[in-house]
Design a protein around this ligand. Structure first.
Ligand SMILES: C[S@@+](CC[C@H](N)C(=O)[O-])C[C@H]1O[C@@H](n2cnc3c(N)ncnc32)[C@H](O)[C@@H]1O
Length: 373
């Protein structure tokens, strides 16, 4: 499956979400998505509070993913929007006459009400370009991810401005794109470029198409395609076209394999495979070089497990420095202690912390090296 931002999801579905986001914007809706662990801690006391006060907010429905009785949700939404959301399956009931739940969450990149679009006559009008649709809580195996990593990833992508001139960038790939935040961010920064988002998860791809359709001008050249890492890319690039920039925030948590302390299977958005979750990131570095133009840049955001017995050793940095095809432009710690709830369990029994890093790599311009195909 490969669709561009004007055809992904039906036009009607995009219209429903457009109306929802406009309503949220007008109501000053703000929801910055926390980790699942934090959300779990919040929703229990928040549900008790609602039971006591009888008062719900839009954030309860579309941020905290709480179930809301019909008489309450219809106080929060205009009735035609409520009907449209039900008809589109965005709001649903687990049993007839039961409460309503949203199948998606809406998260803010920053505090949306502080963002305004400048119109032609100089007046400011509210814009909802900071809202992203992603899966409801609680997470499942195939949840479309947006969370704390996304915020840090987009901050890291600001580096692209240091290494790339917008004029020179024609093709950008966001591998493991999820609901599209990285691809959309790059399309804004490089409006002349063609952007391709790749992911294995159809749910994430559908939301990515809708997010892009809502966030970007119609003229944007952004597509989202089903792909195991880069496997579909050869069929998507015109003959002879190489990629100028690859960006990625792939899964980086170790696969669960029944070790003591392992809970259920790792969701698709988190499962980075072997080498304590680094396998997927290493594959992106290794395979990405085949598609990058000489001088092209890979911006990779990932998590590295630091083992308690060698707290000064970053195994990913050591591995990257041994990859001769790349020049390392930057390597920075974006968060020193991400997902601390993993530490001490299963694969992480000997771990000290998971350090999230951003690596900026430039493909060396070596003659005869890196031919695609
Ligand atoms: C941590 S999420 C990040 C999503 C998005 N890049 C962001 O920053 O919000 C990782 C994404 O990788 C995708 N993924 C997992 N395995 C994959 C694979 N083998 N090939 C392509 N995508 C994959 C998941 O479906 C998920 O959307």
């Amino acid at each position: 499956m490969c669709e561009n931002n004007s055809t992904t999801g039906s036009t009607a579905r995009i219209g429903v979400f457009r109306e929802l986001l406009a309503h949220l914007q007008a109501a000053g809706y703000t929801f910055v998505c926390p980790s699942p662990e934090t959300q779990m801690r919040v929703v229990v006391p928040r549900s008790l509070q609602i039971a006591q006060t009888g008062r719900n907010t839009l954030e309860d429905a579309f941020g905290w993913s709480l179930e809301i009785q019909q008489e309450k949700i219809t106080e929060l939404l205009p009735s035609h929007l409520f009907q449209r959301l039900c008809h589109a399956g965005v709001l649903y009931q687990k049993r007839s006459s039961g409460p309503y739940k949203s199948s998606v969450r809406v998260s803010d990149l920053h505090l949306s009400r502080h963002h305004y679009q400048q119109s032609g006559n100089g007046a400011s009008s509210p814009s909802y370009y900071n809202y992203y649709l992603h899966s409801a809580f609680p997470v499942t195996q195939d949840s479309a991810f947006f969370g704390p990593d996304t915020y840090l990833f987009l901050d890291f992508l600001a580096l692209s401005r240091h290494y790339l001139s917008p004029r020179a960038v024609r093709t950008i790939v966001d591998v493991c794109c999820g609901p599209g935040a990285g691809a959309i961010h790059m399309a804004r920064g490089f409006p002349r470029a063609a952007v391709i988002g790749l992911d294995l998860n159809d749910k994430a791809l559908e939301l990515a198409g809708i997010n892009a359709a809502l966030a970007l001008p119609e003229s944007s050249d952004v597509r989202f395609c089903r792909s195991h890492l880069f496997s579909s890319l050869p069929g998507l690039l015109p003959d002879g076209v190489e990629v100028d920039v690859i960006v990625a925030n792939p899964p980086y948590i170790a696969s669960k394999n029944g070790r003591r302390g392992d809970t259920g299977p790792t969701p698709m958005y988190a499962d980075g495979g072997a080498s304590l979750g680094l396998e997927m990131s290493m594959s992106i570095v290794r395979e990405g070089v085949r598609f990058l133009a000489p001088g092209g840049v890979l911006l990779l955001y990932t998590g590295v497990t630091i083992v308690a017995a060698s707290p000064g050793h970053d195994p990913f940095l050591t591995w990257i420095l041994a990859q001769g095809q790349y020049q390392l432009l930057d390597y920075r710690v974006c968060h020193p202690d991400m997902w601390p709830e993993e530490i001490g369990n299963g694969a992480y029994v000997d771990a000290a912390r998971i350090q999230v890093v951003g690596a900026a790599l430039r493909k060396r311009n070596i003659k005869g090296e890196g031919a695609r195909g």
